[in-house]
Ligand binder design. Structure first.
Ligand code: FAD
Length: 408
């Protein structure tokens, strides 16, 4: 069937290249082309991970891997049965891209440069004779009775037997209008992976300060973010905040990014354990100055700030604080409240939540259930992950499956 089949991939990003390479690899006789609207292929891959490209995450259990996706978890769990993190690493290493796994599980090219990934894709495309076309912005698509498609850009008309759409996350609903015109349901897009702005909070003065293990909750919601928390000159960032922004992307958009957070500066410590530590410190180190003796793994500058916030002079001795002050300190250490007023896009990685409704896609093939012969992959699907290489993994997995099945 793949003889002379024309497969057009719309979008020359991560998912587009992976889909095209998979299509040509599995169906060598098909004519495969990538149509990219801009003057550059792989623009996001180039800037990804601060220019280093966090290719994937070394999580080899498909169920656990899928748990890193606020949208698309169940869908991807099935998709990972065809192509998962181990397959990704093997794919790159077989093509001479040496990868390095860091202790947190993030996988980068050993070269520490996204150029290695881009070079690999361009080299492989050339080797497999994939047609690469820039300045091809596809604006409309028609399907004909004989099963073929006509794709139109401003000044070009292209005919294809199969089409794989990989046009990436679209910040506005209008960016997906041409696909909803074909009968596809689009889940309205909202941003994910952003940091919190706190213009009225004094804690901003401590920019650059990191607490390695914090837990952050959105007041009035069940959402939770865990891990390192970074104070910035505009508010808060770091994995704990980014996780919250991803899991809460839709709720926080509804709140217009105006909400309160509660920070537990001591990881997940509970009140009883904290009171025990405070009691023991007072007994054993009662004569010591509080500013010099912090019994918790938090930076001294933050400790002094939290003391002052509770009207405890940092120069006080441990045996000088009264029970009321202790109560207030306990509350601040475990439930420190901050007002968020807006968001800032995370510069290292940001994605769009929302996109093509997964209910209309066959997970085994990535084929549209609405229009046979049409396939989807990458961030334009209603899939997004937290930081750590999960977003590229979704692009590789869905691209691989779409390419493989598009020629059958
Ligand atoms: C700054 C930044 C850093 C990131 N770092 C990481 C990271 O380290 N690890 C990670 O896992 N994820 C990272 N991400 C997320 C990751 O880059 C995306 O999830 C991924 O690129 C999605 O791939 P895609 O192919 O679906 O979309 P894209 O990479 O966005 O590619 C879509 C392509 O389609 C083209 N296109 C759009 N419309 C049309 C049209 N009508 N006709 C023709 N072409 C069209 C676009 O120009 C683009 O080239 C980062 C994102 C950003 C913004």
């Amino acid at each position: 069937m793949s003889k002379d089949l024309r497969i057009s991939v719309i979008g020359g990003g991560a998912a587009g290249f992976f889909a095209a390479l998979s299509a040509k690899y599995h169906h060598p006789q098909a004519h495969v082309q990538i149509l990219e609207k801009t003057s550059h292929f792989l623009a996001k891959v180039k800037i990804s991970g601060g220019g280093r490209c966090n290719v994937c995450h070394a999580e080899f259990n498909n169920r656990k891997l899928a748990e890193h996706y606020p949208r698309g978890e169940k869908f991807l769990k099935k998709a990972f049965e065809q192509f998962n993190a181990a397959n990704t690493m093997e794919w790159f290493e077989q093509r001479n891209v040496v990868l390095k796994t860091y202790p947190d599980g993030c996988v980068f090219p050993l070269s520490n440069s996204s150029q290695s990934i881009m070079d690999c894709f361009l080299r492989e495309s050339k080797k497999l004779d994939i047609e690469l076309l820039l300045h091809h912005s596809i604006d409309t698509m028609e399907k004909h009775e004989d099963g073929s498609f006509t794709l139109r850009s401003k000044d070009k008309i292209i005919t294809a037997d199969r089409v794989i759409v990989t046009t990436g996350g679209q910040p506005k609903l209008s960016g997906l209008a041409w696909l909803s015109a074909l009968g596809h349901t689009v889940i309205p897009p909202v941003p994910s992976l952003f940091t919190f702005n706190m213009p009225n909070e004094a804690i901003k003065e401590f920019m650059g300060l990191v607490v390695e293990k914090a837990t952050v909750r959105i007041e009035g919601q069940k959402l939770l973010g865990k891990g390192p928390l970074l104070i910035t000159h505009w508010g808060m960032s770091g994995p704990a905040i980014l996780q919250l922004s991803a899991w809460g992307a839709r709720i926080l958009a509804e709140l217009n990014y105006q909400f309160s957070i509660l920070v537990n500066w001591l990881d997940e410590m509970k009140e009883a354990e904290l009171r025990l530590i405070l009691d023991q410190t007072r007994k054993i180190h009662g004569g010591k100055m509080m500013s010099n003796h912090c019994p918790f793994p938090i930076p001294t500058r933050l400790w002094n700030f939290l003391l002052t916030k509770n009207e405890i002079l940092p120069a006080s001795r441990w045996n000088e604080v009264n029970p009321k002050q202790v109560n207030k300190l306990v509350n601040t250490l475990l439930n420190d409240r901050y007002q968020v007023m807006g968001k800032t896009t995370f510069k290292e990685e940001f994605v769009t939540a929302g996109g093509i409704d997964l209910a209309e896609i066959d997970v085994q093939s990535m084929e549209s259930k609405v229009i046979p012969g049409l396939y989807f992959a990458g961030e334009l699907l209603d899939i997004d992950g937290i930081t750590g290489g999960f977003n590229f993994q979704a692009a590789w997995t869905t691209g691989y499956i779409a390419g493989k099945h598009s020629g059958l």
